[in-house]
Ligand binder design. Structure first.
Ligand code: DX5
Ligand code: ZN
Length: 215
């Protein structure tokens, strides 16, 4: 059964509590939390004060996606505000193995995100150490963008790599996931679906989450 992680980036920040409670009582599995620094990506989202609100109110794991340069500096700080899964970008880490070890030693699950242009092959020598691969199916930085079709092929290749290496890594898809493509993604091997726009632009966000959970 695949997991669904609504992206808080698309929530209503004027009433975040209501959206957090909606996710708590929905069929969602995780909260997807997008942190952007305006350097690694051309947008700035939110930081620790907002994540502390999630830590206080969310009843499901916080899946934190760091779109920031030099993420090693903040690993401990994200642990302290309640991250259960901490994902860094391959493109932002010179010493990826060390970053992964730091995250795991801090007591979190370690994720690695790949930009659309980055081949999955770069993970071959580290896949067994990674708990989750966040495959970007849009260029990171904004919600509500168009899904990149090449993602299906990447998911299949990654799934084969994971099986060949006997790894337990989860495949997460992030960007442009909707009710027309989610089933094909699950069939290709996706384990976790992130959804911002599809959930929060719906008239009934909780039903949209249920729809994304349906097989
Ligand atoms: C994009 C973020 C995504 C985003 C997804 O940089 O990493 O998590 O919130 O939003 P949708 O589902 O609207 O593409
Ligand atoms: Zn994300």
């Amino acid at each position: 059964m695949h997991l669904v992680a609504p992206s808080v980036l698309s929530a209503n920040f004027a009433n975040l509590q209501a959206d957090i409670e909606m996710i708590n009582s929905s069929k969602a599995d995780w909260f997807h939390v997008d942190v952007m620094d305006g350097v690694f990506v051309p947008n700035i989202s939110f930081g620790f004060p907002v994540i502390k609100v999630l830590q206080k109110l969310a009843k499901k794991p916080l899946d934190v996606h760091l779109m920031i340069v030099d993420p090693d500096r903040y690993v401990q700080a994200f642990k302290e505000v309640g991250a259960e899964i901490l994902t860094v970008h391959y493109e932002a880490c010179t010493h990826l193995h060390r970053s992964i070890e730091n995250i795991k030693n801090s007591g979190m699950k370690a994720g690695v995100a790949l930009n659309p242009h980055t081949s999955i092959n770069v993970l071959e020598d580290i896949i067994v150490d990674i708990d989750l691969v966040c495959m970007m199916s849009v260029n990171p930085g904004f919600g509500g963008q168009k899904f990149i079709e090449n993602t299906y092929e990447k998911v299949e290749k990654l799934k084969h790599m994971i099986a060949a290496k006997n790894a337990k890594t989860l495949i997460e898809i992030d960007g442009g996931v909707d009710l027309n493509n989610y089933q094909k993604l699950v069939k290709a091997g996706a384990n976790v679906l992130v959804a911002g726009n599809t959930v929060f632009s719906s008239n009934n966000p909780s039903e949209a989450i249920s729809a994304l959970k349906a097989i």
